[in-house]
Design a protein. Structure first.
Length: 88
């Protein structure tokens, strides 16, 4: 991803508006929304990341039998693949 200020603005919009329960089907019930996910998934939080701790991921995948939480061991947190790579 290029270092463009619009990229961070786009990510911030996703964070602010990305509530999967904010709709008439789930009526703000986050647990019900998580329980409705049927896709297989792997959630990979950074073990040392301050924003997306593994404990949050464990909670999120608990509701989905097809999902797994696999924390990444890195001092770079959830930026592991960007900040610590040679492709800066």
């Amino acid at each position: 991803m290029k270092k463009d200020a619009n990229n961070i603005l786009s990510m911030m919009s996703s964070w602010q508006n990305g509530d999967i329960s904010a709709n008439s089907l789930h009526e703000e019930n986050f647990d019900r929304a998580l329980g409705g996910i049927t896709a297989k998934g792997i959630v990979m939080p950074g073990r040392t990341g301050p924003y997306f701790p593994p404990e949050d991921s464990d909670y999120e995948v608990f509701e989905d039998a097809e999902a797994q939480s696999r924390p990444i061991e890195s001092v770079c947190g959830h930026f592991r693949f960007r900040a610590c790579s040679d492709n800066k």
